[in-house]
Design a protein around this ligand. Structure first.
Ligand SMILES: C[S@@+](CC[C@H](N)C(=O)[O-])C[C@H]1O[C@@H](n2cnc3c(N)ncnc32)[C@H](O)[C@@H]1O
Length: 199
């Protein structure tokens, strides 16, 4: 499959899909942290390049309810952030997952299809993460662990704090590739159709 991982600099979801043999690309305004197939670009310019699946991590700075005390003075930024999410949702891609923390996407667009936690995927941490899904099954927990700490509270302040906080958890990336990368192609391009064309 051709997989687009939108708004990803860490390469984690990209590399998880690559490990399953997919043609996966990350795209971000930033360079990739780990060498691999990466578009350093505005993702809105490459949404129509024939992707089979997209996993997108749009910025949550103006959307996350954890910052709601600032909402009253950043209405324009929030409207722009929501417009970006709507644009991703309207992408001409058969299947997608859009990931964000608990955010105003739920009230402004629609509630998420699923809320997952890192501790369900091998990381002893709490961080409610919402998934909006199109033509994808809910993610099944792979390894529930006992630990329940909030890592973010231990992180020192600094310019890279947001980056440390926003990298996708490896266990979640692996589950996405394992569970969504193994599904058959959408009906219109299945082998049977190709065989019929050949005959
Ligand atoms: C919350 S971070 C997601 C990080 C991701 N979970 C990872 O592991 O790399 C959001 C990212 O969106 C990127 N971004 C913002 N606007 C973008 C755009 N128009 N096109 C591509 N990337 C964009 C930012 O540079 C930022 O790295």
């Amino acid at each position: 499959m051709r997989v687009l991982v939108a708004c990803e600099y860490s390469g984690r979801v990209r590399d998880a899909f690559c490990a399953h043999g997919h043609d996966a690309w990350s795209c971000d305004l930033l360079p990739t942290e780990v060498p691999g197939p990466h578009w350093m670009a505005h993702v809105e310019h490459i949404l129509d390049l024939g992707w089979d699946l997209m996993v997108a991590h749009p910025p949550c700075t103006h959307l996350a309810v954890s910052g709601s005390r600032h909402f009253h003075r950043k209405q324009r930024e929030q409207a722009e952030a929501l417009a970006f999410v709507r644009l991703l949702m309207a992408a001409p891609i058969q299947r997608w997952c859009i990931e964000n923390p608990v955010s105003v996407i739920s009230s402004a667009i629609r509630p998420p299809d699923q809320i997952i936690q890192p501790w369900q995927y091998g990381h002893g941490e709490v961080k409610a993460t919402c998934l909006w899904l199109k033509n994808l099954p809910k993610l099944t927990p792979t390894h529930c662990v006992q630990g329940r700490e909030q890592r973010v509270h231990r992180m020192p302040p600094g310019p890279d704090r947001w980056k440390e906080r926003s990298r996708t958890y490896q266990g979640v990336a692996a589950a996405m590739a394992q569970q969504w990368g193994a599904r058959p192609l959408p009906a219109p391009m299945q082998q049977l159709d190709l065989l019929q064309i050949a005959c």
